[in-house]
Write a protein that binds this ligand. Structure first.
Ligand code: PSU
Ligand code: MN
Length: 310
């Protein structure tokens, strides 16, 4: 869209020069979200990880484009100092689909969630996006209605999201059902089982399996050619050596969920609260797994993006 951008998009969007060039030349680009930088990881790990994800993608000959809203501008690709700002400022809202227009209109700062990053990636012409985990149907959603906007976005926006499934802080069976209803395929990357973030297993099967980036790219191309309109999940499990066991994590998560209930945490505060609680309860073990899985997802996304332009 950068070339044929309408005036309003030129006003709202701000492409980093090297990203603009890569897109113009038809070179591969991978989108990265910023909620994991501003709200997902603590400082200074967040800055380190954001930089490492970009480096890994560049190492595969692919251009990274981290997405965020800074001072009301939708940034496609961040400079080092913008990454630092996203990693350190306390003045950053969590930006999902609902929030984008308000944050832009008011000139505020927003860290984009999976949903908002997909919207921006699609506008920019980026087809592959790497992150840690998607949002989903929260436990108790039958009472609270707390279902991440990520799931609706996956249904309507044609971007492939490479992730390690969703955290077991969510209701994973309901998340899977919801995705089926919305027509979003879950493709296991060398995995029959839907990964649950820190865990390689969840007790749930993926819909289909691919064994490499060539097979993944074929599906993305078919989805595009069929003009189905929606996205897909490419579920890549955390590397074996960093994985935590499902039994261990289930106990930790139950404790974190109870703490959230007791403190009355709801809405968009819930995910960051639970993530932080889990980090405390695992004495940082979850953090290491988290770091390694996002790096691995960046690598796989880059390989798929490279394959897609062939
Ligand atoms: N899962 C994680 N870490 C995160 C998120 C999800 O393990 O930081 C972020 C992602 O940006 C995701 C968002 O899109 O939380 C979902 O939030 P909500 O449930 O409010 O839609
Ligand atoms: Mn929510």
């Amino acid at each position: 869209m950068n070339i044929s951008a309408s005036r309003s998009e030129e006003i709202f969007f701000n492409f980093k020069e090297e990203v603009r060039e890569a897109l113009k030349d038809g070179r591969p680009v991978v989108a990265l979200e910023s909620t994991l930088i501003s709200h997902g990881f603590p400082y200074p790990e967040n800055l380190k990880i954001a930089g490492e994800m970009e480096e890994i993608i560049r190492g595969c000959g692919v251009m990274p484009a981290t997405i965020a809203v800074i001072g009301g501008k939708i940034k496609v690709g961040l400079t080092r100092s913008e990454l630092e700002f996203m990693a350190t400022s306390r003045d950053i809202l969590k930006a999902s689909r609902r929030d984008l227009a308000v944050i832009v209109a008011k000139g505020l700062n927003g860290a984009t969630t999976v949903a908002a990053t997909m919207i921006v990636a699609k506008r920019a012409g980026i087809k592959v996006f790497a992150t840690g985990g998607i949002g989903g149907v929260h436990r108790g959603a039958e009472k609270t209605f707390d279902i991440s906007a990520d799931l609706q976005e996956l249904a309507r926006t044609p971007v492939a999201v490479v992730c390690s499934g969703a955290k077991a802080i969510l209701d994973l069976p309901l998340t899977k059902e919801y995705l089926e209803t919305m027509g979003v395929p879950i493709i296991g990357f060398g995995s029959e089982e839907l990964p649950a973030f820190y865990c390689r297993e969840s007790g749930l099967k993926v819909d289909y399996v691919v064994n490499n980036e060539v097979e993944a790219a074929k599906i993305i191309r078919a989805m595009q050619d069929l003009r189905l309109g929606g996205g897909m999940i490419i579920a890549n499990p955390v590397p074996e050596e960093y994985a935590l066991s499902m039994e261990y994590m289930n106990e930790i998560i139950e404790e974190a969920v109870r703490a959230a209930e007791k403190e009355g945490i709801k809405g968009k505060k819930l995910t960051p609260y639970l993530l932080n609680k889990i980090k405390e309860l695992t004495g940082g073990k979850s953090l290491k797994a988290n770091i390694e899985l996002v790096k691995n997802n960046a690598r796989v996304a880059a390989k798929i993006a490279r394959e897609l332009i062939k």
